[in-house]
Design a protein around this ligand. Sequence first.
Ligand code: 13P
Length: 284
Amino acid sequence: MLRPRLGRGKRRPYNCMIWPHSISHGAVKTEDEHRRDICTVGYWTHQRGFVGATDGNISVRLDPRRVLTSPTAISKGMMQPDDLVITDMQGKTLAGRRNASSALAMPLLIYKRRPDVNAVCHAHPVTATGYAAAGLPLNKALVSEIVLALGCIPVARYGTPGTPELTEALEPLVPSYDAILMANHGVVTYGADLLTAFFRMETVEHFARIALVTELLGKQVLLSGEDVEKLLAARARYGLTTAAQVGAECPVTSDSLEADRVTLTRQELETLIEEAVRTRSGGR
Ligand code: 13P
């Protein structure tokens, strides 16, 4: 295909639909490489329907003092490398012709609290955001790969976007999880590099769909505590590094459900009901 000649000094616009279709792992890259990677991940985020219109935010930590972020009010599927904005760790713009994302306080909090994190993705993927809007965490041990990769995904309480309410709600969860649902808002994922952060977004949405299918089928068979222990031991074998905490309720296993189960005979149940009815009618 013949490509039109560009004038002297003119750069061909970056086209993430043509090149490249992949990005490499790693946080040690040139600023130009980070810019192209953010545009590519923005394109994937939009193509997969993880965002609508101009929603979402994608950023990388360039060095201890600077962050490269998507600007505000732009489709993540249409970004060019020179649309991106460089800010300091307080969100003050250092370079860029556009305004930084209004959601920047969220990644800045994560970079401050998690020195191991170099990239943050924020999006509104439909199924996972549905769980967030229902106030439901994705915390059941339903799929081995999810236990391996993320442990479980909690819900942060609602906070108005772009205000300290939102970061205050996220703050207690950030050290212990690599992916968080934000009530009535969306999802944030992060990792040592941009590809890891993006893959975690894909994993969260994929798992949300699987969890939803089990709800539709009306049956969920959870892994046991022992299964979960074995998976955690396997993390090192897969080279998985994650902050994902695993505790009594994260993920919820068949054992934790079993511990909550109360078994009564028919006779015991009838006696309980009779007592409750008697108490309600004043002991008559
Ligand atoms: P910006 O357009 O300001 O980056 O905001 C996007 C967003 O999704 C906020 O939640």
